[in-house]
Structures are given as C-alpha cells and as structure tokens.
Design a protein around this ligand. Structure first.
Ligand code: NBP
Length: 482
C-alpha cells in the first residue's frame, strides 16, 4: 500500500462497495498496481485497513488524484450504482481524462444507457467499455465471468487485465470481447434473465416434490444434491441443496420455511423481458420467471385469494415416488434447454438489431465459470455452436433435440400432474407449450389473421399463392387482392 506519489497504477477502481473492493483485491492479487477511489473515503480506508497487504494499492481521495495516479492510457474500472450515479461518475472522470483513455463500467447498467454513454465518450476521444460482470461478491474476488463490450482497440489494452482476474475453465478465461457499445451489458442482462428462469424452474421442481409427493425439505435437498452429479450439475442446483439443508437456529425449522415467500428483483429480469417484447422474441421462460416473482410479491391479493376452491384431484399424485422425481428432473432439464434456447435467440436478435456480431459460442464459453448460471450444461452449448455456428435455435442442436425428445413424456406427465393437483408450474408449462408451438405443423395464428382481417382489414397471406388478401366480410365475402 502507498500514498499517491510518482508510482503509477495499471488500473484504477472507483466505487469500493462489495463488488468494487473485491475486484480491486482480485486485480491486486494478480500483481497489478491498483489505484483506489470511492466517493466517500471511508470505504477506501476500510479496504486498505483490512486487505491492504494483499497487493499494491495506491490510495487516492479525490477524483483528480485518482486520475493522476494512473499510467497512460488511463484505465478506470467503475463499480458504482447503476443509473444516475454512473452518469455522474463518468462525467467527473471524463473531464479529467485525455483522448485514448479508457473508462470501464462494470456495473449492471442498462445496455441502452451504455450505447448512449459510449457514443458520448467516443465524441470526446475516450474509450468506453460497458462490461457485464457476473459472479456476485465471491466471483468478484476469486474470478467472475466478464462480458466487456466496446471498441475492439480498447479491448486490446484492457482485455489482458480483465482476463487475468476472470474465472478460468480448462485454462480458458471466462472473459472475451463481446462486441461494440452496449453488447456486453446486453448479454449480461440476458444472462441475468436466464438466471431468473433457472431459479424459477428449480423452485417449481422443489414445489412439486413438496406439494405432489409430500417430501420433507431435507429429502428434497438430497435430491438436488444427487441431481448435481449429473446433467444438471450447476452452481444454482448445488446451492439449492445447501439452502434447503439450512436449519433455522431460532425455530429449528428448515430455513426455507421461515423465509417470507415474496421474491425480490433488482430489474435485469424485467429489462430482459421488455427488450424481448421490443425485439419480438418469445422469451417465455424468463417472462414467466419475472411474473412469478411479481405474483409472489402481491401479498394482499394472495391473502384474499387464499381460500379459493382448488378443484385439485389428490388422486392424481403418482404412486411411484422415484419415477416421478425422475420425471421432474427430465422436465427441469427440458425446460432449462428451452430457457437457454430462448435467451440465445434474444441475444441473436439484439445482435442483429444493433449490428454487434455477437458469437453465441463465446458466451457459452465464458459462462462456464465464475457466473451464477455456470453449469456443465454450458459445455454442451459451446460444443453445439462449435459444431454449427449458424444453428437456427439451440433447441435444434442434435444433443439438445435428443435430450428434449427423450424428456418430453416426463415433461407432459409433470405438467399434467401439477395441473391436476393444483401446484403452479408456470415456467414448466409455458416451456412445454413453447415446444409444442414451435414444432407444430400449423398454428392457430391463421385464425388470428382471419379475425384481424375481419375487424380491421389487416389482410392475410395465403398458403397457395403470393400476395396479400382481404375478404369483404361485410359485403359479399368474396376475396380481393390487397
Ligand atoms: P452498489 O450498487 O450498492 O453501489 C455502491 C457504490 O456506488 C458505492 O461505492 C457508492 O459510493 C457509489 N455511489 C453511489 Br451509490 N452514488 C454515487 C455517486 N453519485 N457518485 C459516486 N459514487 C456513487 O454497490 P455494489 O453492490 O458493489 O455494486 C456495484 C455495481 O456492480 C452495481 O452497478 C451493481 O449493479 C453491479 N453488480 C453487483 C453485483 C452484486 O452481486 N452486488 C453483481 C454484479 C454486478 P459511497 O460509498 O460514497 O456511497
């Protein structure tokens, strides 16, 4: 640790709350000299007091001191609250920086803000990188998954630094240049959306074991532990077993039973769904997960509705417990394939819309470690895109197609049983409907078009000849070419 002097830092970190301080420590532990800055000095001093011996830090108090402590081109990693705070810090930094310097926003910024900020910084000759960072506080310290978007030239300067602190899987860093401007924050947003879907599916699997099979929480924890040794091997399944194993010290009950059942959200899931709507991509798994959290967080309505008649048929509960647990596992896997397939579709659509040229295989590679959705499954996704970079949908890759076709009987039994017994499975059910709709020969969209033509003369196309047509519904009902 040192006061500002002639020594200069390879990188500066501003915003030293949980994420920023852990990333600064991670950078220092990898041999980089790190200038430290926070709006209020207390966090800087706390970091130095507790962890100053972990590496080479330069303490700075003001933004001017901070910028002056950096070697050129200056590299600043911002880890501040997303939104107005991020704009305020960028403005302050930009006034003190010079053309060629690089600002990295490692916060959870909305990608459209990143597009705007990147353009504004480029106009001032500054390089702006919007880097999605996943892994929470533990990942920030020990190796996160990093998704940087921005000018390719600036990645040459910051890429090696970021790659050095990222997680590594099979020697490959979980960090790569995603594409221009908002692409990094966009893929991080969809990553978080997939995380929502993953967690919702896990929740539904747990609820089925409780509600249909009447298993106790410890038994369900064992099932998740067992699942984590197979195809479902993932961080989220692993920590599900841990959370379900926790016992409340005060009451002696399973911790999950004393936690209020209202799920919070910070916004990235909602952003993903809004973007899916704008792009016209049916990201139903993520949408169901966001809506399920919203429903859980409507306690007044839920209280009033609690006594509604269920019409549930308890006799529909399967007698063979082991077989139904296997059905749930298959349904979880198949629904997870759908959620990822939809998420990758959304990324492809966003990439197309903004001209980002995002490589889906790269994402599967850098999501294998460090991030919350890390899973064995990601290896399969990476292989699928390596085999065919032009895959029309992840679901259609031979491996996933086989997996889902194998699972579909189980999936139907699970959704039927859940429906009969009154256990809500919005993500399982809508994923199955998505699958059925996608593989259908014909969809009722033909009727929708007929109705639209009837009341709004919106026209329709025919299966047997080109052109657009309209039926004179209120006249003689003959067809005219539109
Ligand atoms: P917070 O999101 O809670 O932000 C706190 C930091 O922002 C503090 O350093 C605070 O300074 C600074 N700050 C604020 Br608030 N307003 C400011 C302003 N107007 N000017 C300058 N600094 C300001 O911290 P976090 O949870 O460590 O997250 C940092 C970023 O990383 C966020 O964008 C977050 O969304 C993202 N992220 C978080 C996680 C996670 O697991 N927590 C994971 C991935 C990404 P102060 O100390 O002076 O108040």
């Amino acid at each position: 640790m040192a006061e500002t002097g002639q020594r200069q830092a390879q990188i500066g970190v501003t915003g030293l709350a949980v994420m920023g301080s852990n990333i600064a420590r991670n950078l220092a532990r990898h041999g980089h000299t790190v200038a430290l800055h926070n709006r209020s000095i207390a966090k800087t001093d706390a970091l130095l007091a507790e962890h100053g011996s972990e590496g080479d830090f330069i303490r700075t108090e003001t933004t001017a001191e901070f910028v002056a402590a950096l070697e050129r081109p200056r590299r600043v990693l911002m880890m501040v609250k997303a939104g107005d705070a991020t704009d305020a810090v960028i403005d302050e930094l930009a006034d003190l920086m010079e053309p060629g310097d690089i600002i990295i926003d490692g916060g959870n910024s909305l990608y459209t803000d990143t597009i705007r900020r990147e353009a504004a910084m480029a106009a001032r000759g500054l390089n702006f990188i919007g880097a999605g960072i996943s892994g929470g506080e533990e990942g920030a310290l020990n190796g996160p998954s990093i998704m940087p978007g921005g000018p390719a030239e600036s990645y040459e300067s910051v890429g090696p630094l970021l790659e050095s602190i990222s997680a590594h899987v099979d020697g490959v860093p979980c960090c790569t240049h995603i594409g221009p401007d908002g692409s990094g924050h966009f893929v991080k947003m969809v990553h978080n959306g997939i995380e929502y879907a993953d967690m919702q599916l896990i929740g539904e699997a747990y609820d089925l074991m409780r509600g249909v099979l009447g298993m106790d929480v410890a038994e369900i924890a064992d099932v998740f532990r067992e699942w984590n040794t197979g195809d479902l091997d993932s961080y989220l399944v692993e920590i599900t077993a841990d959370v379900l194993s926790a016992v409340d010290a005060t009451t002696g009950r399973p911790l999950v039973d004393v936690i209020v059942d209202e799920a919070g959200q910070k916004g990235t899931g909602r952003w993903t769904v809004k973007s899916a709507l704008d792009l016209g991509v049916p990201t139903t798994g993520i949408a169901e997960a966001v809506f399920a959290r919203a429903l859980s967080s409507a306690p007044d309505q839920r209280r009033e509705a609690r006594g509604l008649h269920s019409g549930a048929d308890r006799s529909a509960a399967p007698a063979d417990r082991a077989a139904f647990i296997e059905d749930i596992r298959q349904a979880l896997y198949a629904s997870k394939v759908i959620a990822y397939s939809q998420g990758f579709d959304q990324i492809a659509a966003g990439s197309e819309e903004h001209g980002w040229n995002v490589h889906p295989g790269d994402l599967a590679t850098i999501w294998r470690g460090g991030c919350i959705i890390r899973a064995k499954f990601l290896d399969r996704i990476r292989d699928a895109y390596a085999e065919n970079p032009e895959l029309p949908a992840l679901l259609l890759a031979p491996y996933f197609r086989d997996a889902v076709e194998t699972a579909v009987g189980s999936w139907r039994r699970v959704v039927m049983t859940a429906t009969a017994t009154g256990v809500p499975v919005p993500a399982f059910a809508s994923s199955l409907s998505y699958y059925d709709a996608l593989r259908a020969d014909r969809l009722p969209a033909a009727l929708t078009q007929g109705l639209r033509d009837y009341f709004g003369a919106h026209t329709y196309r025919r299966i047997d000849k080109p052109g657009s047509f309209h039926t004179l519904w209120s006249g003689d009902r003959s067809e005219v070419e539109a």
